[in-house]
Design a protein around this ligand. Structure first.
Ligand code: SAM
Length: 293
């Protein structure tokens, strides 16, 4: 049996052996809690025929646990210093491929096609994300043309709260809608700062994203829908009307189109966007397109 990478003593020993100091600029906080890792792998329900993508393997703490359960794991790590470390720590696991890549620059669909032996098998994404780019990574992953069985990711707790927020709450916003448009988000559990080396200065949580049930309405333009999420919440304290004219334009003809769209969508211009459900936003997008916005 190979000892776990993720114990505090082994993590420290590996970092000493390779003379690695963690880089704050890359969001490097390594998990050193095997119980948390076990809970993450359980939350993702990793099975032996699963293809698993990991973003940011670090020194391999989570990668190793995934490799023991999954069919195949492909891990993307930006930091070139960690590649020889991962070659060493993950040597016992023949089903792991480590790629030195910036996840924000990679074509994920192509990556899946090129690196998994059976790309049609169930696909999961499991990661302890680099927190400085959590939102950008989520958007990249959700916009990739890939069907994930689930996505189980650790992030700062305040972002986790936004993903799983309900309409009318302070955490509900454009990020909530962009994520919930594609997936159902559930905050699985929170993780103590002491579970990492070094300790992050924010609280952390695991979010589980699963395919959502079909929507009752469909947008005629996803691009316009996503713009509408941003425009609606551009200034949270302002009315929907104020945000719409700021976002789309204040000319008389534009105001006329916006008024018509709101009437047809049966949405009160004086409410705030935080009161609108995802379906309301989609209905409004349809009405805007219909009115020629
Ligand atoms: N998975 C490891 C663990 O749980 O101990 C490390 C997690 S650490 C929070 C985030 C990892 O993401 C680091 O290894 C960091 O180098 C890597 N990373 C940061 N930016 C990245 C990027 N743009 N693309 C790929 N990996 C990145």
């Amino acid at each position: 049996d190979v000892p776990d990478i993720a114990t505090p003593w082994r993590t420290q020993a590996i970092m000493n052996q390779f003379d690695i100091a963690t880089k704050k600029s890359l969001g490097q906080n390594f998990l050193t809690d095997t119980q948390i890792l076990a809970k993450i792998v359980t939350a993702a329900d990793v099975q032996e025929d699963d293809n698993v993508i990991e973003i940011g393997p670090g020194i391999g703490a989570l990668t190793e646990q995934l490799a023991r359960k999954a069919g195949q794991v492909v891990a993307l790590e930006i930091d070139e210093r960690l590649i020889p470390v991962l070659d060493h720590t993950l040597a016992p696991y023949k089903n792991v491929t480590v790629l030195q890549e910036d996840v924000l620059k990679v074509n994920l669909k192509q990556m899946v096609m090129d690196n998994f032996n059976n790309p049609e098998r169930p696909l999961k994404l499991v990661a302890n994300l680099p927190y400085y780019i959590t939102t950008a990574i989520l958007m990249q992953v959700l916009q990739a043309d890939l069907k994930f069985d689930n996505i189980v990711v650790m992030m700062q707790k305040e972002v986790a709260d936004r993903l799983s927020a309900a309409p009318g709450t302070k955490d509900y916003g454009s990020l909530t809608l962009a994520v919930q448009y594609r997936m159902q988000a559930h905050l699985a559990f929170t993780v103590s700062r002491t579970s990492f080396i070094p300790s992050p200065n924010v609280d952390s949580a695991i979010v589980s994203l699963t395919p959502r049930k079909p929507l009752s309405v469909q947008p005629t333009s996803e691009g316009q829908l996503f713009s509408l999420f941003k425009i609606g919440f551009a200034m949270r304290r302002k009315t929907l009307w104020n945000n719409l004219i700021t976002g789309f334009g204040k000319s008389d003809t534009m105001k006329e189109k916006l008024r018509l769209a709101l009437t047809n969508a049966q949405i009160d211009p004086k409410i705030r966007a935080e009161r609108l459900t995802l379906e309301d936003f989609i209905t409004l997008q349809n009405a805007l397109a219909q009115a020629g916005v």
